[in-house]
Design a binder for this molecule. Structure first.
Ligand SMILES: [Zn+2]
Length: 248
């Protein structure tokens, strides 16, 4: 699904448009002018559908050079090993997420609890994956004609990052599970969900400028995306909490 000249949406599950496996997050493909970069990998249960979506959009899956994950929850990072094997793509994570991805640590990423919650099949296995590069918050990465700047965004879970992408027809914030349409967030009953860190993250996002908000699930804003940060930051500043994006 073409969103702009820079970004296609090539996967997404039950909390989105059901483009691929029901358990997938939004999987975005960036056209960098030097191959493709994926923002989030999906769960890995519907890879053939994601590959079909790429092809139907005129994109060659073999051109996927880089995969960036916002965070280690398996709807976002579960498929990194498969993408790396299939395309030779370089896998990029934050320092905080790298160890759990390398180890396939199902406890660290909350998979054991998410299985009990019924989000993934009981026999789903998180495959360990080589992490080719650990990015630093605030340090830009050049991808062809685009510049991707990771921003530290803990709160939803440890090691969460969001990605500011500039140099295309407009600027984008890929916000993972940190911020959603309407200024909503996802707090979960997991050990590494942290409200004060979430509030500090929102202040950090408030200092960014961007046009489009492209979250990990639900609706997308191609213009005026910053208004969703305004709503969330107002709630935190009033010592309250933004609304939950998904009523669990
Ligand atoms: Zn998610």
């Amino acid at each position: 699904m073409r969103l702009t000249n820079d970004v296609h949406l090539v996967g997404g599950g039950n909390f989105a448009f059901n483009l691929s496996s029901g358990a997938d997050c939004h999987i975005y493909a960036l056209k960098t002018g030097d191959g493709l970069a994926l923002i989030d990998a999906g769960v890995g249960l519907g890879m053939d559908m994601v590959i079909d979506n790429l092809r139907e959009d005129g994109l060659d899956p073999a051109d996927v050079r880089d995969v960036f994950v916002t965070h280690y929850h398996v709807d976002h990072a579960g498929a990194v090993a498969r993408w790396r094997r299939l395309t030779g793509a370089r896998v990029h994570t934050s320092h905080g997420a790298a160890k759990a991805v390398r180890d396939g640590d199902e406890v660290a990423v909350g998979l054991n609890q998410a299985k009990i919650g019924g989000y993934y099949p009981a026999d789903y296995i998180l495959e360990p994956c080589v992490v080719d590069a650990e990015f630093d918050g605030g340090v830009p990465i050049q991808l062809g004609r685009l510049q991707l700047t990771p921003v530290d965004a803990a709160g939803h879970c440890d090691g969460h990052a969001v990605f500011l992408v500039e140099g295309g027809e407009r600027s984008y914030l890929f916000s993972g599970d940190c911020l959603f349409w309407g200024g909503t967030i996802i707090l979960q009953n997991i050990p590494d969900c942290n409200i004060p860190e979430y509030a500090a993250t929102m202040e950090r996002l408030d200092r960014l400028s961007f046009d489009a908000l492209l979250p990990g699930h639900l609706t997308i804003s191609l213009r005026d995306g910053k208004r969703h940060v305004d709503t969330a930051v107002r709630a935190f500043r009033s010592l309250g909490l933004p609304r939950q994006a998904i009523q669990l």
